[in-house]
Design a protein around this ligand. Sequence first.
Ligand code: ATP
Ligand code: MG
Length: 399
Amino acid sequence: MRCVLIRYHEIALKGKNRPAFIHKLKDNLILAAQGLGVSKAEVLMGRIMLSLDENASWPRLKEALSRVPGVANYSLAFKTDLNLEELKRQVKIKLTDVKFDSFRVRASRAYKDFPLTSPEIDREVGAFIKEFSKARVDLKKADLTVFIEILPKMAFFYFQKEPGPGGLPVGISGKVVGLMSGGIDSPVAAYRMIKRGCRVVFVHFHAYPFLDNTSQKKARELVEILNRYQYSSRLYLVPLGEPQRQVSVQVRAPYRVVVYRRLMVRIGEAIARREGAQGLVTGDSLGQVASQTLENLTVIEEAASLPLIRPLIGMDKQEIIGEAQMIGTYSTSIIPDQDCCQLFVPKNVATYTSVEEITEAEKALDIDKLIAMALEGTKLVRIGPGGERLSSPRVAESS
Ligand code: ATP
Ligand code: MG
């Protein structure tokens, strides 16, 4: 019977986390494999087995599983009774049309009471394959490896291990709010957190109707791409144009970007409270632009009470681009848009500000009112396998 064996890194699993990790991973595998012919998922001695329907398509399933955080590696495998003769017979059938000049057998036993040791299994199955194939055994550089796993009531064989993304199953580490522009960096930052087991709720600030709605379209599209890793998402679309306009009237030009960012952080926090999220994630990378100097990052962070998480802080742009290409967000991120950060922003942004200067500048503003105004116009889009659903949530005002 065809099945998939999923393996996870034991090292991440200390003590009480273990059952929760395995449970979550199993649930997520079922979500990832929806509609792809998986009839059952079972936990079996340190691995998860997915049973496949006859019409399951391995290439499609392989692609979906390659993106499930928590998966170390996985294999398309064949399950047999715990009977070496039966296993040999089935290996021979599977290898009928396969050409190979050299091979090796790699057995492992989770069931230690099996009468043969792993090297004995290697030798016995190896001799059998040699006999019918006439290929030679090569332990170092074989054309074909036959992996065998022995469990208490069943045996498996397979020929390949596919790498998974590693990391932790989505949901095991809690929830965070990801501040997502339409740019290259923020989707990569969100992905990094998803891979470490967080569920990311997205917040996008736009300046519609001051600017067009391309950035919102991009944000929706980016979230849809990230759903390959977390299956369904919530995206808050927050209008920041009018608050930005008011800031531009009251605050000196060089300070505006930092003041906008502090507004974003505060609004993000109001949404985090509504969502029960435990941190805010941004795509900041040190020194990339004026708002990302240590000084300005510190001033922006001062507006937050939740942890501000910046997974990309030590990465170069080129490395971030590489990762964006790998996760599939890059081509959407580079579509030109009208980002709210371009609104009412001067050429000369202050590279170094201080908390004192900025809090002084903010005195001219009614911050709570600006936050309330933005939240008032906020829309929530739920993006899942069934498409998009839009609503107008009530997000409690700050404090
Ligand atoms: P990105 O590629 O993510 O847009 P960036 O290098 O352009 O990043 P900035 O524009 O300074 O950097 O933004 C820094 C971070 O602030 C972003 O990574 C994102 O987390 C957040 N941010 C910026 N603009 C927005 C926005 N319009 N909506 C939501 N978050 C934003
Ligand atoms: Mg940007």
